[in-house]
Design a protein around this ligand. Structure first.
Ligand SMILES: [Zn+2]
Length: 145
């Protein structure tokens, strides 16, 4: 959605946004597939190294580099911000990416979307979606190209 709002009629930029918004979850997705293939409960056991790699892929600091390419920046940060807002669960505290790698602190979210499986939309989700649309619309018109 961010890709449409920021880069109307610019297909390459739109693809860059979408691509970049997927990149941070590449390690998690690969691990999930591997666990499924091995018949293990996905992502139950995570090694220290894996948690670190995931942290690097989700680091707000590392992604600052993408500021050199505006569409990649928009894509990367829209993923990171959504993850940031939606990851507050205590039981995931140990394995969640720190978001500030290489700094030692961990940011926690406002709500936790992973505790209710099967329930797709809560009032909070809908409210956040509307807020995001308003924010993106505002950003779109605040930064003329
Ligand atoms: Zn993520």
């Amino acid at each position: 959605m961010a890709s449409q709002i920021f880069f109307p009629k610019d297909v390459i930029s739109q693809l860059l946004v979408i691509g970049a918004s997927v990149v941070p979850d590449v390690p998690v997705a690969s691990m999930l597939i591997l666990d499924k293939l091995k018949g293990k409960q996905p992502l139950k056991e995570q090694t220290k190294n894996f948690i670190k790699v995931n942290g690097i892929f989700h680091s707000l600091i590392i992604w600052l580099i993408s500021g050199l390419c505006w569409p990649v920046f928009v894509g990367g940060y829209s993923h990171l911000l959504l993850d940031r807002i939606s990851h507050s669960g205590e039981k995931f505290r140990e394995v969640d990416p720190s978001m500030l790698w290489p700094l030692p602190w961990k940011l926690r979210g406002i709500f936790e979307y992973r505790k209710k499986h099967g329930e797709l939309f809560s009032p909070v989700d809908i409210m956040l979606t509307i807020l995001c649309i308003l924010l993106f619309t505002w950003l779109r018109f605040s930064f003329p190209k």
